[in-house]
Design a protein around this ligand. Structure first.
Ligand SMILES: Cc1cc2nc3c(=O)[nH]c(=O)nc-3n(C[C@H](O)[C@H](O)[C@H](O)COP(=O)(O)OP(=O)(O)OC[C@H]3O[C@@H](n4cnc5c(N)ncnc54)[C@H](O)[C@@H]3O)c2cc1C
Length: 459
């Protein structure tokens, strides 16, 4: 059966980006928002992530006596990447990051703190925020979805993949989708594509990231880059498609270990018994290429009880322990025997680098390889033909069958999961910001500049 639906905003993908977009937009009770999610059984990358939120200058940092700012956050990122070309974009994102962390904690009521136990390469001060239990992104996404469920002007359609864009006269006017046996035809003033990257799509990985070989994929299988296929026929221009989030601390069981371990003294040794890298010289993503270059593309990470005491408090270590990826050995001789390495060579490899502490037995260890977590598409899609086309006779706040000019009946609304409740209170002036955003999108000669992984298309 065909369902024709008209809303103000349609969002493809109920992950981190899609849920946040819907939450912000629906603060304006005059807007009706529909979110389509491909699969809740597989879920989104955000739900299997560590859920750590980077932001500089938060009240959590101030309370912990940490001096930080959006400027410092920006400078750290650019010093680490060495890529100054997109300073404005990085500065803009860092500029709003603290506000989002406060919003999630204070307005949405999700418990957050600054993770002083979460050092990362290139982060000059502790800047990651996470829940106190270090439970990962799952509970955060569940919390955001519950928050959305309470909003009267939002419909979240699960197991409802977007199948394509609706384009009229070169303008995106909504999406097509499917839910069960229903074909959905959704018209919207604004369409947001938040379907994430393509790390779960081997063909796309070969096309854009061939140099990575055939790495272990540690993300969700729904990240198949669907929006690339929709935007390409429209003449979209793709940039920075080779950028991706790798991980050099993936165990052979497919779990991850705590990226803080190198800063707690952990040592990496390859199958030849060589310590081949200063473990603190790379972030976990950069470390992936170093591990890839080792014999059999693997290495063993070794740490001690003192490091383990701190590192174990993370969902990554809990999952690795359950998967049987973490081992222990009481002394160097037993460790060498288990790893099939020469004990003297291993003892040599375990000697501390200048300024670092020496590891003390008993030892913990895990064999590691490299993987790809996500292809966040740190770039932009430029859709040269996207242009504004007014509101197409659409009144904000209505969800109606196209062409009928009437609000849907109660049963129709239930199918859309729109609940008839009093309008929610407008807490932020998003409507103004959104109008500004629309103006901005149309500013450059009728083209839209679209920042990935979100693509915002406005009709
Ligand atoms: C293991 C792991 C750990 C990570 N840890 C961190 C971390 O600690 N901190 C951090 O900042 N980042 C982390 N990341 C990266 C972070 O998870 C992603 O950058 C983030 O989830 C991207 O948000 P998104 O909304 O674009 O994608 P997602 O969160 O993946 O959401 C995309 C959604 O779109 C849906 N979708 C796809 N195609 C369609 C379609 N055709 N129709 C409808 N829906 C569709 C998917 O099912 C999915 O639900 C991690 C990633 C992984 C894999």
């Amino acid at each position: 059966m065909r369902e024709d639906i008209e809303v103000d905003l349609v969002v493809a993908g109920a992950g981190a980006a899609g849920l946040m977009t819907a939450l912000r937009a629906s603060q304006n009770p005059d807007l009706v928002v529909a979110v389509l999610e491909k699969s809740t059984t597989e879920g989104c990358n955000a739900a299997i992530s560590s859920g750590s939120l980077a932001a500089g200058g938060t009240r959590f940092q101030r309370a912990a006596g940490i001096e930080d700012s959006a400027q410092r956050h920006t400078d750290d990122i650019l010093a680490n990447s060495g890529d100054e070309r997109h300073r404005d974009l990085v500065a803009a994102l860092c500029g709003v990051a603290a506000g989002y962390v406060h919003w999630i904690a204070d307005d949405l009521g999700y418990p957050l703190e600054v993770g002083t136990d979460m050092p990362r390469k290139g982060m000059s001060v502790p800047r990651l925020h996470a829940d106190p239990a270090r439970a990962g992104g799952g509970p955060l996404i569940t919390h955001l979805r519950k928050e959305l469920a309470d909003r009267a002007n939002v419909a979240v359609l699960d197991e409802a993949p977007v199948t394509g864009l609706r384009v009229e006269d070169g303008t995106v006017v909504g999406v097509t989708g499917r839910q069960g046996r229903n074909d959905l035809v959704i018209t919207a003033a604004t369409t947001v594509l938040a379907t994430d990257g393509f790390a779960g799509n081997r063909d796309r990985m070969r096309e854009f990231c061939a140099e990575l070989g055939d790495p272990f994929h540690g993300g969700v299988s729904t990240a198949t880059g669907d929006s690339i296929g929709w935007l390409r026929p429209l003449g979209a221009e793709f940039r920075n498609m080779g950028a991706c989030l790798r991980h050099g601390q993936v165990t052979l069981r497919g779990t991850r270990i705590n990226p803080a371990l190198p800063w707690l003294g952990a040592v990496l040794v390859n199958r030849r018994g060589e310590r081949f890298v200063d473990e603190q010289a790379h972030g976990y993503s950069g470390l992936a290429g170093v591990i890839q270059a080792q014999p059999d593309e693997r290495a063993v990470m070794i740490w001690d009880a003192e490091a383990h005491e701190t590192a174990q408090h993370s969902e990554m270590m809990r999952e690795s322990a359950v998967a049987g990826a973490l081992q222990t050995a009481p002394d160097v001789a037993t460790l060498a025997d288990s790893l099939r390495l020469d004990p003297r060579q291993l003892a040599h490899a375990l000697r501390p680098l200048p300024g670092r502490r020496a590891l003390v037995g008993p030892y913990h260890y895990a064999w590691l390889t490299h993987g790809v977590l996500d292809h966040p598409g740190r770039g932009s899609h430029r859709h040269p033909r996207a242009r504004p086309a007014g509101r197409r006779n659409h009144r904000p706040g209505t969800a109606r069958r196209r062409g009928s000019g009437r609000r849907p009946r109660r049963g129709e609304l239930q199918r859309l999961q729109l609940r008839q409740r009093p309008a929610v209170r407008l807490r932020h002036g998003l409507d103004h910001r959104q109008r500004d955003r629309r103006r901005e999108l149309t500013a450059s000669g009728g083209t839209a500049l679209l920042a990935a992984p979100f693509a915002v298309l406005t009709s």
